[in-house]
Structure formats: C-alpha cells, structure tokens
Design a protein around this ligand. Structure first.
Ligand code: NI
Length: 158
C-alpha cells in the first residue's frame, strides 16, 4: 500500500491520541473535571465526551464517500449533545470508546487505496472534502480540544 508521508502522519496522530489524552486526564484531580472557563463553555468532562461523539461521526463520515458519489455528510449540534445525560458519565467510559474508535479510524485509513483517499463527501459547513481532508480534520481535532482543556487548567490553576 502506497501512502504519502502526510497520510501516514494523520494515521499516526490518530493512533497516538487516546493515550495522549489519558496522560493529560491523569494529571487532573476528579474534583476539577466539571470546571469551565465561563458560562456556556464546556467542562473537561464535556470536552472528552464530545470527542467520542465527534469521532463516531468521523467513522461514519469517512465511510460514506467510499461507497456513495459525493454523499451529504451528516451534521450534528454539538451543544445539544453536550447537554445530554451521557456527558456526565465517568471519563473511563469515554476513554474506552476513544481507544476503540481511533483504532477503527486508523485501521480504516491504513487500508485505503490512493483513489479512496480522494473520494469526496459534502460536509455540512465546509462543502466538498476528500477522505484525506476528513482524515486531516479528525487527526487534528483532538489536539484542538487538548488546548481547550489546557485553557481551563490555566484559568483555574490546577
Ligand atoms: Ni470539537
């Protein structure tokens, strides 16, 4: 299978993320998990549960263009999801799912042919995206939220 260095980098990033997140969470005392930087902002707990839902959508969104011609990729309201009862679950639940989801994503991407990387789906806000662009978005998505968690820690000093 011939992959570009960039494609390999996305796959590697996806493979490493769950352990990276776990190391960050291990440093945060449980009593701080529900702290937020302000009204309407997400807590660390909500961010971690958000990653699970976002990466469930990633698996779904990356599959669709493999089998359909320029499919519409499903949209979702992140704040609606964040208000549901499952976002209050202990983080072990989310971490276990993230390990599984990331293994699926990485395995899926690793086996793509060069043509499959160029298949296109219609993202609800970004328009036409290739499977490679979707892979890039989700490879970087977790790190963006790690910065958000770092901001919460900085504001509250833990
Ligand atoms: Ni997000």
């Amino acid at each position: 299978m011939s992959r570009t260095a960039q494609q390999n980098a996305y796959i590697q990033q996806l493979r490493e993320f769950p352990a990276k997140l776990r190391r960050v969470l291990d440093e945060i005392p449980a009593e701080h998990l529900d702290k937020r930087v302000g009204e309407g902002e997400w807590s660390t707990r909500q961010i971690v549960h958000h990653l699970v839902d976002a990466h469930c959508f990633a698996v779904y969104r990356i599959h669709l263009p493999l089998f359909q011609e320029k499919p519409m990729l499903p949209d979702w309201d992140r704040d609606d999801y964040a208000r549901q009862a499952d976002y209050a679950l202990p983080l072990d639940n989310a971490l276990a799912l993230l390990v599984t989801l990331h293994e699926r994503l990485a395995t899926l991407l690793e086996a793509l042919t060069p043509d499959q990387w160029t298949r296109i789906g219609i993202h609800p806000t970004r328009g036409e995206l290739t499977v490679e662009q979707l892979g890039a978005i989700y490879a970087g998505h977790g790190d963006g939220h790690l910065k958000q968690i770092a901001d919460i820690r900085a504001v509250h000093g833990f």
